[in-house]
Design a protein around this ligand. Structure first.
Ligand code: GNR
Ligand code: NI
Length: 174
């Protein structure tokens, strides 16, 4: 297993649409292992493959509380069904948009069809933080970030901040 670098906005790779996985092989399982380790290392609750530069429709998540047992979840080729008409609001963050948080409305519940770590077809009914996180990760597969839902002004302020942060950290690597 290995900890990978997480790409941060602004970065065109994050805007790519990820491609379906034909079959879950050892290669995808190794990728999922690396994604999970990278996610835990960064204290995240979800990670899409594109965030480490791999344009495959793969997501890992673990929304268990710190004091509880780890509960890794793996989603390959996820499809969202039956989105609730009612919306929930969560303060979202993203490992690809470091240190920025904002409220986003999303369907309160949904169902997701996917292949698991072993390539078996599964259906999951999600609500609460799980539903929010799955939808946030699904957006990554389409090249969408949570800041895309904010006003133009808020979004451009965040991107400006991130660009500055990037430039100053690049300047340190001389
Ligand atoms: O770690 C994360 N926390 C989070 C909080 C609220 C809504 C979504 C998320 S996902 C995020 C990790 C991440 O960037 N996944 O793509
Ligand atoms: Ni994210």
């Amino acid at each position: 297993m290995a900890i990978k670098e997480i790409l941060t906005e602004p970065n065109k790779v994050l805007r790519q649409v990820s491609q379906p996985v034909e079959r879950v092989t050892k290669e995808e399982q190794l990728l999922m292992d690396d994604m999970l380790e990278t996610m835990y290392h960064a204290n995240g609750i979800g990670l899409a493959a594109i965030q480490i530069g791999v344009p495959k429709r793969i997501i890992v998540m673990d929304i268990s509380k710190k004091e509880d047992k780890k509960n890794p979840m793996y989603f390959v080729n996820p499809v969202i069904k039956n989105k609730n008409k009612d919306l929930s609001t969560y303060e979202e963050g993203c490992l690809s948009v470091p240190n920025q948080f904002a409220e986003v409305d999303r369907p309160a519940t949904c169902e997701v069809e996917f292949l698991d770590y072993n390539g078996e077809k599964k259906i999951l009914k999600a609500s609460g933080l799980l539903a929010t996180c799955i939808q946030h990760e699904m957006d990554h597969l389409e090249g969408i970030l949570f800041i895309d839902y904010l006003s133009k002004l808020k979004k451009s302020m965040i991107i400006k901040k991130l660009s500055k942060q990037k430039k100053s950290s690049e300047a340190l690597v001389i």
